[in-house]
Design a protein around this ligand. Sequence first.
Ligand code: UDP
Length: 236
Amino acid sequence: MRRVVLKLSGEALASAASDETIDASTVDFLAREIAAAMERGGLELAVVVGGGNIWRGATGAMAGMNRANSDLMGMLGTVINALALQDAIENHGRPTRVMSAINMDQVAEPYIRRRAVRHLEKGRVVIFAAGMGNPYFTTDTPAAQRAAEVEAEIVLKGTHGGVDGVYNVDPRTNPDAVKFDEISFDEVIARDLRVMDMTAITFCKDNHLPLRVFDLMAEGNLGRALDGRPVGTLVK
Ligand code: UDP
């Protein structure tokens, strides 16, 4: 694969083993996986990082906050995660750039599509922070949207909670759940499978952008997904 967008949930940076919002050893593991993946010649990798370990807009809205304000808090959370990931990836010797959809000059570059593409061409891992800069979205949709914008060939959605692909029912509550090796976007929509937000799913469908859902926390899995090996579930 040449150009890829990896969607990483904020909660993937936390750990059940520690109370930390951002667990250093977990971030280091992810950075190692990303740096190892970058050893593949010609790979261009952009990462969209979520913020759910810090704040989710919907949580504040449920407690009576203004939704747009609450979503801004969520977007700022993704910036904190992006900086943690940047630091860890660079510790593994890979140059990175954080590009934020909300301008904050002292912290990150502004997102400019052509500049993002240039960074990718130069082999830098580009971390997209602050989602799309708009409230009422989660980071699933910017993952798909940025992938289309930089002409990535696939979105890799890394899971972290032990669910290693797309199942017909929730495998955490149903022991008879069956995993799909491959499934169409139409089927995901018809069965209302919670692979990613529906906005992201319909965006991928409309823009012919395949999606692979796989367990990011299993060592070597990112590399396998990048090699096109059948890990997790391919949605297309
Ligand atoms: N968010 C937003 N617009 C975006 C991306 C994110 O408003 O384009 C906010 C939203 O409140 C979301 C929060 O940022 O809940 C954190 O992102 P997300 O929930 O996707 O994090 P994840 O579940 O991936 O960790």
